[in-house]
Design a protein around this ligand. Structure first.
Ligand code: KG4
Ligand code: ZN
Length: 328
């Protein structure tokens, strides 16, 4: 079995995964969303303090598995430096105490493997990762062969939901809150410009859309009874259209066969339906993670760790360092 730790942002999570069967034997996650919601975003110092409290509590519950552990895995990149260090320090201590190897896992690879929890892997795969920190398209041939073919030049898809929700005073995380508000809104009410729509680049950008939403929010606030549902719906529509337009362009030269959406924002239902629509003429299969594993968790880190263990991709105890920026 492998014990895996995730602390890259605002979720403290630990899992135990069977190396032989991929079975998830234990998984517990303590989310800090409520603690950060008053600030409208994650406060790194607070997140670190909360991890220091939550991780040992979860670890205690894993004690019955200790004598069966063959390795300990941990997210070491990318993420917030002060929160990554909490998990990595704990993993190193476990590796020393139990005399087992250490596996440093890339969080983005973790999101890809959220598709394969308790399952076999399916490769090759074209993946759209949409999270709070990332918006990128990757061609995945295997665990070791992952190429990023497009990414955001500024804000990420999930982050733009968080920032727009903050402007509307909705709270954090913004994704589910905007999705909910958008349900009753008119998607065509606000004619926001689709980012980079005239650019030949296959890349993403959300800072311009965010500013357009800011102006619309300011206008709406002037009304006696402001209601942000149309802004939320129009924003969600254009934020998604930006992704589908760039993917459509990409598919002209790179026909998708198996396509997946992963990351916290892959829970977005409008995005899921629009991507499904986009894939229809290509007869491509759409893979999605279970809703409970879209956002950050340790089950996905454990699933990567099983494949890394089998490939003997171990980290040196002295060398494994945190890397806040990813190199994927
Ligand atoms: O993957 P994740 O849990 O953390 C990172 O690795 O960043 O993703 C969190 C992000 C947040 O920005 C959150 O607002 C967004 O995912 N999110 C959504 C939805 N649910 C979560 N964005 C849009 N629609 C949703 N339904
Ligand atoms: Zn994530």
């Amino acid at each position: 079995m492998i014990l895996s730790i995730e602390s890259s942002c605002d979720d403290s999570a630990i899992s135990i995964t069977s190396i032989e069967t991929n079975k998830l034997l234990f998984h517990k996650k303590i989310s800090q969303e409520i603690d950060h919601s008053v600030y409208g975003g994650v406060v790194p110092e607070l997140a670190a303090r909360l991890h220091a409290e939550a991780l040992p509590n979860i670890l205690e519950q894993c004690e019955p598995y200790f004598d069966k552990l063959k390795a300990v895995a941990v997210t070491s990149t990318p993420g917030l430096a002060v929160t990554l260090i909490e998990g990595v320090t704990m993993a190193k201590a476990i590796a020393v105490a139990l005399n087992i190897p250490l596996i440093g896992v890339n969080h983005l690879v973790g999101h890809i493997y959220s598709l394969f929890i308790e399952k076999e892997t399916i490769f090759p795969l074209t993946v759209l990762l949409v999270s709070g920190g990332h918006t990128q398209v990757m061609e995945v041939k295997s665990l070791r062969e992952i190429t990023t073919v497009a990414k955001s030049m500024d804000d990420s898809f999930g982050e733009s939901f968080d920032k727009c929700a903050k402007m509307m005073g909705l709270g954090y995380p913004g994704g589910p809150l905007i999705q909910n508000l958008a349900k009753d809104g008119d998607r065509l009410k606000h004619n926001f410009t689709v980012p980079l729509h005239q650019s030949p680049l296959i890349a993403f950008s959300y800072s311009g859309l965010k500013n357009a939403v800011r102006l619309a929010v300011i206008e709406e606030e002037k009304k006696e009874e402001p209601n942000f549902k149309d802004i939320a719906a129009s924003f969600e529509h254009i934020a998604t259209k930006h992704l589908t337009m760039k993917l459509k362009k990409y598919f002209k030269t790179n026909k998708p066969k198996t396509f997946a959406i992963v990351g916290g924002a892959s829970a977005n239902l409008y995005l899921r339906s629009q991507i499904q629509e986009l894939l229809r003429p290509h007869n491509a299969t759409l893979l999605l993670s279970e809703l409970q594993y879209c956002s950050d968790n340790a089950a996905m880190i454990g699933r990567v760790a099983v494949d890394m263990y089998k490939a003997k991709m171990f980290s040196n105890l002295n060398d494994l360092d945190i890397a806040p920026k990813s190199n994927l």
